[in-house]
Structure formats: C-alpha cells, structure tokens
Design a protein around this ligand. Structure first.
Ligand code: FMN
Length: 192
C-alpha cells in the first residue's frame, strides 16, 4: 500500500518559503510513490486555543477536520518557519487543538511518523525551531525521523519551477523524504 503522507506548512503566508520547500518535498515524495495531501492550516480557521471556548462550543469544525486528516494518513511532513528561535504559533495552535480528546476516537497522533523541514531567508535555515517541534510531536507519541532539512537563504534557493537550485540541498531533501517513507513503510508492515 502506498504511504499516505499529510504535508503541512507552518506558514500560511502567500509566497511562504516553507510552503515552497514543502511543495518541493511533496514532489519528491510523489516520485517515491507516496500519496500526498496538502493541508493548508489557514483553511481550518482555528481560533487560538481557549479552554472556555472548547467548554462552551466543543471542538471547532477546523479541529475535527484536522483530526480526521491526521487520522487518515500514515505520515506527516511538516515545514515550519522559525520565529525568534521557535516554530510558528500557527503550527503549535493547530497541534494543540488536534491533541484535544474526542469521545470514542483514539488520538490521531497514535502510530504516526513525521519528518521535519524548515526554511528561512537567514543563514541557519530555521534550524533552531525544529528541536521544539520534535519534542512536541514526541510528547504526543509521534515517531520523528532523525533526519531533517533546514534550508538557509531560502528566498533565493528555488528555480522558477519551484525546484531547489543546489544539488546538495536537493539530495538532503530526498534523504529526509526517503527516511520518512521507509520508516512509515516499516511501521505499516509491522501493523499488518
Ligand atoms: C516574529 C518573527 C520572528 C522571526 N525570527 C526569526 C528567527 O529567529 N530566525 C530566522 O531564521 N528567521 C526569523 N524570522 C524571519 C522568517 O524566517 C521569515 O519571515 C520567513 O520568510 C518566514 O517563513 P515563511 O516565508 O515560510 O512565511 C522571523 C520573522 C518574524 C515575523
């Protein structure tokens, strides 16, 4: 069975470099046989998590849609910007909402594997935000693969077709995707 991969960018900004890196990663994933879905966090219109809001109205529609998307995929591929050394609040808020319990449903993070990407116009490529994403997902029971890619100078890293100009970065991206899909396949085989 092909691996079902859910791709999520931690930036909803038009022309986001993280979304551009994610698009290149999605293409590489499809070339390796994965079935890839892009989830745009902006479309979920999630409010900032507030316990009173949840108590009064239950889980918002966007939260339920996110939980269903997570539950329906084997693997996650996340690309997050770095804001002051951390990953984006958009991504954190979405993960927090998705972690809220829903009666009769297991956690949508159970048995998932994730790969991490970051991109920044800066010299470090957003790498400082990724350890916290790794820790957060691990806390939720997600297996995060060891490899990751942080893309520096990301605003000048792509060609007009959206591919990575630097062959070394291209290979690094393919390694991250390869590791993610291989791990997901191993987990799928174990579950069968
Ligand atoms: C509040 C804020 C804090 C930022 N902090 C960092 C940072 O710590 N490291 C970094 O490399 N870039 C930082 N940046 C620049 C972002 O990497 C840049 O805006 C990037 O384009 C955001 O990702 P996106 O293009 O995917 O939206 C910061 C940007 C903002 C708005």
């Amino acid at each position: 069975m092909p691996i079902k991969l859910l791709a999520i960018s931690g930036s909803s900004r038009n022309d986001s470099v993280n979304s551009r890196l994610l698009a290149a990663a999605m293409k590489a994933s499809r070339a390796l046989g994965a079935e890839v879905t892009l989830l745009d966090l902006r479309t979920l219109a999630l409010p900032i998590y507030d316990g009173d809001l949840e108590a009064a109205g239950g889980l918002p529609d966007g939260c339920i849609a996110l939980k269903e998307a997570l539950a329906g995929h084997d693997a996650l591929l996340l690309a997050s910007p770095e804001y002051n050394g951390f990953f984006s609040p958009l991504l954190k808020n979405a993960i927090d909402w998705a972690s809220r319990p829903q009666e009769g449903r297991p956690s949508p993070f159970n048995g998932k594997v994730a790969g991490l990407l970051a991109a920044s116009p800066g010299a470090l490529g957003g790498i400082r935000g990724l350890p916290a994403v790794r820790q957060l997902l691990s806390n939720l029971g997600v297996l995060v693969t060891p490899g990751q890619l942080s893309l520096p100078r990301a605003h000048e890293a792509f060609d007009s077709a959206g591919g990575l100009l630097d062959p070394t970065q291209r290979q690094a991206l393919e390694r991250v995707i390869g590791e993610l899909l291989t791990t997901a396949q191993a987990m799928q085989a174990k579950a069968d």
